[in-house]
Ligand binder design. Structure first.
Ligand code: GLY
Length: 369
């Protein structure tokens, strides 16, 4: 088991990563349980797959679980579900010093975290992420949010969890496609800031997506270490450091928008394509070599992820894709910051990107390969 500390003055917390640690949740989380019952949030899938294990683990320390179970999918990140959840928590007499448990993927974590952020002006929560993407990204760092009709994650708060328990054994039941989508966020840490880890991913990516326990433990631990370091330096994304985590996201967002935020492209799959585009655009600007861009593409390919936007068969132009980007919530004073590469393991924020050039580049990519 690995314990990674997210160092934040007065709000620091541990992220524990290990195979099977959900079974020890009672003792691992006991510092965050004050009553004989806890409120836990899951979706139908995470509850069916892991709810009983959490009940047994907490039951072993004399603690019962009351469940709020949401429908699976992004629809749960809504005002309506948030209102239901908050009413349910208030009915249960939740107090500021209590901790709500979130068992599930990013949707459950974001919804629960946001409820915890606003309930009684902020109560505690414990993240138990059960998808690879949530373990390596969304459960760590305190970004919480719901969606609105105007877009995704537009209403939210920075609210750090008190503890994160990432049990890699929960990934055993994750559909292969979601493993791949989560792996895109793993490889992201290598591409943006750690050339050695990228090299490790090139050699071991297939083991990670095949759920080899040792490879998974290493991949999740390294990813969480990288994220913890960045969050400690720039918790609220104000210095540009945390913005590097958006590598692949601006291009990816345009692809998700064009495909209607649907099952055609999972978020991690869009990020994978977005990282290929960011690398190729960086090469086009002579910031990196074509060989480095090809290495990024090959690593994404090798993980079984789509690496060519032409293969999506979208009926759109580069300008259409660029237009989606202008609705990106990262727009800042009329400019859109892009995360580009000056090398493998060296990402930077470029605020001077010419959107007409991006549109031309995307048109080439839509035709290519
Ligand atoms: N997922 C990006 C971040 O946490 O900042």
């Amino acid at each position: 088991m690995a314990v990674i500390r997210v160092e934040l003055a007065g709000r620091g917390y541990d992220v524990q990563v290990g195979n099977g640690l959900l079974d020890d949740a009672g003792s691992l989380a006991k510092g965050f349980i004050r009553k004989d019952r806890v409120a836990a949030v899951a979706d139908r899938n995470s509850h069916a797959a892991h709810g009983e294990r959490l009940e047994t683990a907490l039951g072993a320390t004399g603690v019962g679980v009351d469940w709020f179970i949401a429908e699976a999918g992004e629809g749960a990140k809504s005002w309506a579900v948030l209102e239901k959840l908050i009413d349910w928590l208030l009915e249960r007499g939740i107090e500021r010093g209590d901790h709500i448990f979130a068992l599930g993927g990013g949707v459950v974590g974001d919804l629960t975290g946001f409820a915890a952020a606003v309930l009684k002006r902020g109560c505690g929560f414990v993240q138990i992420p059960t998808t690879l993407l949530a373990q390596v990204d969304s459960s760590v760092g305190g970004k919480t949010a719901i969606n609105t009709s105007a877009g995704k994650n537009l209403v939210g708060a920075f609210h750090q969890p008190a503890l994160v328990l990432a049990d890699t054994a929960t990934l055993d039941t994750l559909p292969p496609r979601e493993m791949g989508a989560g792996y895109a966020e793993v490889i992201k840490y290598g591409i943006l800031g750690d050339a050695d880890f990228f090299e490790w991913c090139e050699a071991n990516g297939a083991k990670v997506t095949a759920r080899d326990p040792e490879a998974l433990q290493y991949a999740v631990t390294q990813s969480v270490k990288a994220k913890a370091r960045i969050v400690a330096e720039d918790e609220r994304e104000t210095t540009g450091k945390r913005a590097l985590l958006n590598l692949g996201h601006t291009f990816g967002h345009a692809l998700e928008a064009e495909t209607g935020f649907s099952d055609i492209l999972l978020h991690g799959e869009a990020v994978a394509l977005g990282m290929v585009l960011a690398a190729r655009y960086s090469a086009r600007q002579d910031y990196i070599s074509l060989d480095d861009a090809a290495r990024v593409t090959a690593a994404i390919d090798k993980a079984g992820l789509r690496s060519e936007i032409a293969s999506l068969g979208m009926d759109c132009s580069g300008a259409d894709l660029a237009a989606h980007m202008l609705h990106d919530k990262k727009m800042d004073a009329g400019t859109l910051p892009f995360i580009l590469l000056s090398g493998i393991g060296a990402a930077f924020v470029d605020k001077q990107v010419d959107m007409a050039d991006i549109a031309a580049f995307l048109s080439e990519q839509l035709q290519a390969h």
